[in-house]
Every structure is written in structure tokens, then in C-alpha cells.
Ligand binder design. Structure first.
Ligand code: GLN
Length: 469
């Protein structure tokens, strides 16, 4: 029999529907792949002990006449997505021992479809990072070159999909954390429109930026996974309903902000990028030069807005309510000890930065200005998208870095986010699709191309993504 774990979701789904394979067989082949490859990749923090039982239940549901495309499909979930009764920790020591008391809305929806949860995937602690090296449990390795990072923060999910240790996975994206690892691992990653997917039951990073979304082997799989989790939710007042979605744009024009790439995109990445644009032109798309004057500010704006929201979201980890709890002589000391020991260096850095930019003396010079620049950027993107179906950029300026290459210099790590943060600041949907490989030290390293479309217009991203494939 072919190795079932290698299948796309769409292929496996057809085979399940035709009763050529069972969910149990599919789950077994993923588990076998995990046992073989995960010791060297470390994509999973936990593989659930009851995967076989979940798959049996899915097979029973199918025998009873149910036929959702995700029924019996094995999936990985990033460690910041709550599943009732299971551990969740955002790869942080401060959540050591925490067991979720409720299902996130996306998990509730996935349970209805009958998808099988394989386990919790590794991530940067609290999703802070672009490499998955900030996990308190050690880094994940890139399946294309284990001396390199898989990208972050959803690096465990991306590596698991790329190495066929699951058929698909979910991650979260606050400034690029789905698209970056998708780019570095050679798979598809979608950051949905802000509000398209409920944030209820996700461990928050930056609440005005966070969106959960799929990491998948193909655009069609990403579309299927997105369809299963999207929708308005009374538990998230920022979520939006179906009426919000449009049919996809049809001008077949794609805007290229050439000016932006002068900031230093790797030469080989740029070559792949131009080759894909040519391919799209051959498919009937027209590429036009566009300007986004404020996009050069996006990174600076993000690294003010994001830590501000991080510092406030992480305030709840006080040693009283969740996870780790260290005792001192006073309650103040309890907090200090718990937070000092529980948070890693990057989380502490962001808390300090965030409280600083929000402090009364500096609010106007930093947070206030950043908010104004964010509004300006949002207007510019909206204006450009009146004339084109999508904006295109490389997902990342470089291919995957070597493990340890950027950890000593946080700013060099932050620079990787230069092209991804815009869509989070403006709330637009964005997809990363593989655009070939570049050679580094004799290894083929994948790189991704990113498309950004109008709010609620994920369909355009799927259409263009399929044209690139
Ligand atoms: N790399 C970005 C950061 O470090 C984005 C992280 C994310 O999207 N969760 O903040």
C-alpha cells in the first residue's frame, strides 16, 4: 500500500469517501511517520494517546452515513489552541501542567466534522518569534535541512505537514506565523481576514492582530480547512459572518510594490519571485506596479502595537489562575517569582517593551503614533485593492536561516517579518504558496510567495494560489 500519510487531505478524503481506506489506517500511517521522523525534527510537543480511538470513532460515524470531507482526517494543532481536557501551553513553562477547561471554537467546529487530532505542535513561546527557537521545549528543525529553522512561530505545524507527519495542521498568525513557516517548509499557509475565524479559545498574543488558519500541502487543502473553521461566533465579538464574504475579484490584475523590495531581498528569492510573476502572466494575469508608501513603516508599527497587546495579554499569567505557581514571602513576590521563572527571555522582552510604549510619558510618541500609521497603512492597502485583485510580495526576504543564526540578535529575527506584518495590521487575508527553492550549502530550501487580497476575499487568494501551483 502507498504511504497514506503522503496524501493530501483532498486525496485522502476521496479515498475515505470511496471506502478504499479507513480513518484508522490513515491515522496509523501518520503515527508511523511521527515515530520515524519526529525524534530528529521535534515538530510535536505531544502526540495524543487516543488517536486510534478518535479514528475508530470517525470510521463509525462514516459507517453511520456521515460524510464530511474532514471526517477521519488527521490534523496537528499548534500548542496555543485549546482542546477541552488536554494540555495546552503555548510552549511556555508558565503554563506547565495547564489543562484546557473548554474547547476553542475552531476545535468545536473541527470536532463536528470528525477530524482526528494527532497532537500538539511546537511553537515559539506564546507565538513570539519567526523560527520556533523560542519554544521552552527546544526548537523544531526544518525537514528540508535539519541544521535550519522551520520558521515560526507555527514551526511545529509547518514541519509536521512538510514531513508528512500529518495531512494538515492549524497555526496562528499575528505577524506572519503561519505564512513564514509555510514559506520555509515549502507548504501553503493562510492567514484569514481578521475576524473570519473566531479567536475564542486561542491563547492570545496580540488580540487586534491574531488569526488562526491552516497549514496545508495544497491550496485546495487550505481552502477546505479554512472553510471548516471560519464563521461568526458569539464568543468573539470581533468575528464576522458569512454575509461579509465576497465572490472573488476578477480584474486579474496583481499589484507589485517593487519599491518595497529595495530594502534587501535575497537575490535568489527575487529570481524565484520574478519567475512566478512571469508564470502568472502566462496564465492571463496582468502585473502592475503599485505604491504603498507606508508599508516601509509596517515593521516598526508592528513592533510597537504587538508588544503593547502582548504585555496586556500576558498580565493574566500571575501564578494564581493558570499553570506555574511559585511562592514568595508576599503576594508581590509570588508574581515576580512565577513570571520571572515562567516566561522565557523573548516574552519578558516583549512585556517590558509593551509596558514602556503604553506608559503615560511615552504613549503619544510610540503607541499613539503607531496607531495613526496603522490606520494610514490600512487606507493605502484598501485603496490599492480597488484597482487590483491582490498585492504580491515574497513571503520572506530570505530562505530559512541556520539554527542559532539569529537568536543572539532579536532585531535580525524581527526583520524576517518585513513582508508579513502588513496584512495583520490591516486585517487583510494573505496566503503563502511555495515558489520553488533556492540552493544553500548544497540543499534545496523552499521559499514562498505571498498574496494579499481585500477583506473577506480569501477566494481570490485560493484562485491565484492554484494558478501558481
Ligand atoms: N514573527 C513575528 C513575531 O515575532 C510574528 C509572530 C506571530 O505571527 N505569532 O512577533
Amino acid at each position: 500500500m502507498t504511504d497514506l500519510a503522503q496524501l493530501s487531505i483532498t486525496e485522502a478524503s476521496q479515498k475515505l469517501a470511496a471506502k478504499e481506506i479507513s480513518a484508522v489506517e490513515l491515522a496509523h500511517s501518520c503515527i508511523a511517520a511521527i515515530e520515524k521522523k519526529d525524534p530528529s525534527l521535534h515538530a510535536y510537543l505531544e502526540v495524543f494517546a487516543d488517536v486510534a480511538e478518535q479514528a475508530e470513532a470517525a470510521d463509525r460515524r462514516r459507517a453511520g452515513g456521515e460524510n464530511h470531507p474532514l471526517l477521519g482526517i488527521p490534523l496537528g494543532l499548534k500548542d496555543n489552541i485549546l482542546i477541552e481536557g488536554r494540555r495546552a501551553g503555548a510552549a511556555s513553562k508558565i503554563l506547565e501542567g495547564y489543562v484546557a477547561t473548554y474547547d476553542s471554537t475552531i476545535v468545536k467546529k473541527l470536532k463536528e466534522t470528525g477530524a482526528v487530532f494527532l497532537g500538539r505542535t511546537n511553537m515559539d513561546e506564546f507565538a513570539h518569534g519567526s523560527s520556533t527557537e523560542n519554544s521552552a521545549y527546544g526548537p523544531t528543525k526544518n525537514p528540508h535541512d535539519t541544521s535550519r529553522v522551520p520558521g515560526g512561530s507555527s514551526g511545529g505545524s509547518a514541519a509536521a505537514v512538510a514531513a508528512h507527519m500529518t495531512l494538515g495542521a492549524f497555526g496562528t498568525d499575528t505577524g506572519g506565523s503561519i505564512r513564514e513557516p509555510a514559506s520555509f517548509c515549502g507548504i501553503v499557509g493562510l492567514k484569514p481576514t481578521y475576524g473570519a475565524v473566531s479567536r475564542s479559545g486561542l491563547i492570545a498574543m496580540g488580540s487586534s492582530l491574531d488569526q488562526a488558519g491552516p497549514l496545508a500541502k495544497t491550496v485546495a487543502d487550505a481552502e477546505l480547512l479554512f472553510g471548516a473553521i471560519r464563521g461568526e461566533d458569539p464568543l468573539d465579538s470581533t468575528s464576522v459572518g458569512k454575509t461579509f464574504y465576497h465572490a472573488h475579484a476578477t480584474s486579474k490584475k496583481i499589484g507589485v510594490p517593487w519599491e518595497l523590495f529595495k530594502t534587501g531581498v535575497d537575490k535568489d528569492v527575487m529570481e524565484n519571485f520574478s519567475a512566478v510573476l512571469k508564470k502568472l502572466e502566462a496564465e492571463g494575469y496582468e502585473t502592475v506596479d503599485i505604491e504603498l508608501p507606508s508599508a516601509g513603516l509596517a515593521l516598526a508599527v508592528y513592533y510597537i502595537v504587538m508588544p503593547a497587546e502582548v504585555s496586556s495579554n500576558l498580565a493574566r499569567f500571575d501564578g494564581v489562575r493558570y499553570g506555574l505557581s511559585q511562592k514568595g514571602a508576599t503576594q508581590w513576590e509570588d508574581y515576580a517569582k512565577t513570571r520571572g521563572e515562567g516566561f522565557g527571555a523573548e516574552a519578558r522582552r516583549r512585556i517590558i517593551l509593551g509596558t514602556y510604549v503604553l506608559s503615560s510619558g511615552y504613549y503619544d510618541s510610540y503607541y499613539g503614533k503607531a496607531t495613526a500609521a496603522r490606520a494610514q497603512l490600512t487606507r493605502e492597502v484598501a485603496e490599492v485593492l480597488k484597482g487590483v485583485d491582490a498585492i504580491v510580495m515574497p513571503t520572506t526576504p530570505t530562505p530559512a536561516s541556520r539554527l542559532g543564526e539569529k537568536t543572539a540578535d532579536p532585531i535580525s529575527m524581527y526583520l524576517l517579518d518585513i513582508f508579513t506584518v502588513t496584512a495583520n495590521l490591516t486585517g487583510n487575508p494573505a496566503i503563502s504558496v511555495p515558489m520553488g527553492t533556492v540552493v544553500r550549502e548544497g540543499k534545496d530550501l523552499p521559499v514562498g510567495i505571498q498574496f494579499i487580497s481585500a477583506h473577506g476575499d480569501e477566494n481570490t487568494l485560493f484562485a491565484i494560489g492554484k494558478a501558481v501551483e
